[in-house]
Design a protein around this ligand. Sequence first.
Ligand code: FES
Length: 127
Amino acid sequence: PHIEYLNFETFSDHGWDLGDDDLFEKAAAADLAPEDYGVFSYDDGRNLLQSAEDCGYSWPFACRGGACANCAVAVVEGEVEMPSNHILSQEMVDRGIRLSCISEPISDELKVIYNIKHLPGLDDLRL
Ligand code: FES
């Protein structure tokens, strides 16, 4: 299984918006640094954050237990399972926002925007 990832911090430089539907095509053409855009494999039984770390990436986190929003990602394509959620609103969950420290990929291919902790509404939830 593979995760294609994109760093939300690159959006302001390029004028991208989380609602754009061709974000990953634009990212692929934008010559971004490997830590900002690329693909890695994940092993079953690992959460998203661990999978990124296993591949040498430093995605943001704080509590590692589903209690802040520092590790939040937006799942653009594919499915992840988040066993519990005490802090994200239903509206955020409906938009595909998940906590990477407790979410496990359940589809073969995922597209994920990481580092979305500064998104309006999430900023307030951080520790
Ligand atoms: Fe705090 Fe994931 S690191 S919820």
